[in-house]
Write a protein that binds this ligand. Structure first.
Ligand code: SF4
Ligand code: SF4
Length: 204
């Protein structure tokens, strides 16, 4: 089970470009979605003339479903330089994978709660850490893509792009660097992530 909380407005706005397409995922809404706050943020962005389109949908964590839901919004998405996603960390990562050349911004932090979670088949993983880093890592979760869960960059052990802990897997931080280069956000690596707040991660 999980809950999502909207990040601070200033944090979200700082990550946006000029034009934004907005996705709200209500797939797990019965658990917790910050609907009022998200609607207020959308209204503010619309009033500022930043929004090319928006959609309220469900289960964007499932890639085929995401593709289907967004088909009729292709022009609005093309017109945006940023996609703002209010969902759990899996949903944001699925969108980032589907739009590798666009800036994808997570609007929410995801927290774990014990109990059942309505999940769809996942290509991406989220530890529900309560302090989502995807806006600094190009939409790739550093906690699950890196064997050591490092949040401030690569360890010294990567060899030929492979992880020193598991040589069968691509180094997560290599992937993050490639993705940031792809979307023109390598500058994100210049501002190291703060000391991680482990208190928000109930999985530890
Ligand atoms: S950083 Fe990773 S674990 Fe934390 S909320 Fe984001 S996707 Fe989930
Ligand atoms: S090699 Fe890469 S993925 Fe593996 S632990 Fe080091 S930084 Fe993380």
């Amino acid at each position: 089970m999980l809950i999502t909380e909207l990040k601070a407005k200033e944090t979200i706005l700082a990550g946006l470009g000029e034009k934004v397409f907005v996705i709200f995922c209500h797939g797990c809404k019965e658990i917790r979605f910050p609907e009022k706050e998200a609607d207020a943020l959308l209204a503010e962005l619309e009033a500022a003339g930043k929004v090319t389109g928006s959609i309220v949908t469900d289960y964007i964590c499932e890639p085929a479903n995401l593709k289907l839901r967004l088909e009729r919004h292709a022009a609005a998405i093309d017109a945006a330089d940023t996609i703002l996603v209010a969902s759990c960390g899996v949903g944001v990562q699925t969108v980032a994978s589907a739009f590798e050349n666009k800036r994808v911004v997570a609007a929410c932090d995801t927290y774990a709660l014990p109990g059942f979670q309505g999940v769809t088949p996942l290509e991406h993983d989220c530890r529900q850490c309560g302090e989502c880093y995807l806006n600094l890592t190009g939409g790739i979760c550093p906690l699950t893509a890196c064997s050591k869960g490092l949040v401030n960059g690569q360890c010294g052990g990567c060899k030929d792009g492979k992880c020193e802990v598991d040589p069968g897997m691509e180094c997560g931080w290599e992937r993050i660097q490639k993705r940031l280069a792809q979307i023109g956000r390598l500058d994100a690596l210049k501002s190291p992530i703060q000391i991680r707040n482990y208190a928000t991660d109930v999985n530890i």
